[in-house]
Design a protein around this ligand. Structure first.
Ligand SMILES: [Zn+2]
Length: 340
């Protein structure tokens, strides 16, 4: 029997249903796990995605043909039962489950285990084959509780404000920015956001999920207004030219990569907070175990290390080469959305 899912030049393909999942080249029909740019690309004939992705997908990809799907809703394509399940990564993110003649495959997309108060929390889905990401698939990635990192971010902002220094924090406009807004005490001072983030919030309005209002950054705003402020911006805005309007300022980066000191230094930020939209090492192992899958296929990230580790534990695990890139690609896209 043909395999339920295979990889070809276009992407992850289910021949029986004649549908792709997050294809990297043009496909007739694409199931989209989430709206980040390495998973939701231009040019497909039909997109199917969780309904909370609609605004973002249209904001980023224009007037696409899109069918909205609810979590748990069953769709049938040539006998294959397809359903979307919460991945906890960003608003609207989903794992895709496919079942045909008793065989079940789950494609994780990107995911994180701990609830973030914005996206629907990750739900383990039992299957025979689990295709998992591995962006942070090394044991050194071991997230502290979110609260610890957000409290540290709050203290950093407070300290800067007391010195009359603007706090500029970089995080992805889709995912991280909303978590920062949800988790800080915003009564501490004025909160500004880069235009790309304000656009994302407009694109999310249809979901009914609201985020605290931010003031738009505008070159006409006097520097004094920023002295006690927090400014939230995507990583691509981290340029001398854009930052000049906030002088004096300090910068911080919110990213899982900040867990490592060396990365923090290379990014040149004053401060790093290890807050990620991806599972850490323990989170990946939790998802793999709770899938109860006998066969694990590992995509983007530290796939070799994770596959080796699982094989040493007696599991069947292999690397699956794809063109997903985890965090890096989103940064590139956001370069297009910069800087006003
Ligand atoms: Zn993603």
């Amino acid at each position: 029997m043909r395999s339920l899912l295979e990889v070809n030049d276009i992407g992850l393909y289910c021949p029986q249903a004649d549908v792709y999942i997050d294809p990297w080249r043009r496909a007739e029909r694409a199931l989209i796990t989430h709206a980040h740019s390495d998973h939701a690309r231009q040019g497909h004939g039909l997109y199917m995605a969780h309904k909370h992705s609609e605004g973002i997908l249209k904001h980023r990809l224009g007037n696409i043909r899109l069918e909205n799907v609810e979590y748990g809703q069953k769709i049938y394509m040539n006998g294959v039962e397809i359903s979307f399940h919460p991945a906890g990564h960003i608003l609207g993110s989903a794992q895709v489950r496919l079942e045909y003649k008793g065989e079940v495959v789950v494609v994780s997309g990107d995911y994180k285990i701990t609830p973030d108060g914005v996206s629907a929390p990750f739900e383990p889905v039992k299957c025979h084959t689990f295709i998992t990401e591995s962006t942070f698939g090394l044991p050194i990635y071991d997230w502290k509780p979110d609260r610890t990192e957000f409290d540290a971010l709050q203290r950093w902002w407070k300290h800067n404000a007391e010195e009359g220094i603007c706090s500029v924090v970089f995080g992805y406009s889709l995912g991280k920015a909303q978590r920062i807004l949800r988790n800080l005490d915003l009564t501490q001072g004025p909160v500004y956001a880069h235009g790309a983030i304000i656009e994302i919030h407009k694109a999310m309005a249809h979901t009914g999920i609201e985020f605290p209002e931010c003031l738009p950054v505008d070159k006409s705003i006097p520097k004094e207004n920023f002295r006690k402020a927090l400014v939230i911006a995507p990583p691509a805005a981290d340029t001398e030219n854009w930052l000049r309007q906030f002088v004096p300022f300090k910068t911080a980066v919110c990213s899982g990569w900040m867990a490592l000191r060396g990365t923090r230094r290379r990014q040149n930020a004053h401060k790093g907070f290890a807050i990620s939209d991806h599972a850490d090492w323990k989170g990946l192992l939790y998802a793999i175990e709770s899938s109860e899958a006998g066969n694990i296929l590992i995509t983007h990230g530290y796939s070799d290390t994770l596959a080796r580790y699982l094989r040493e534990k007696g599991m069947q695990a292999e690397v699956l080469n794809t063109l997903y890139t985890g965090d890096a690609a989103n940064e590139n896209t956001e370069a297009d959305e910069t800087v006003h």
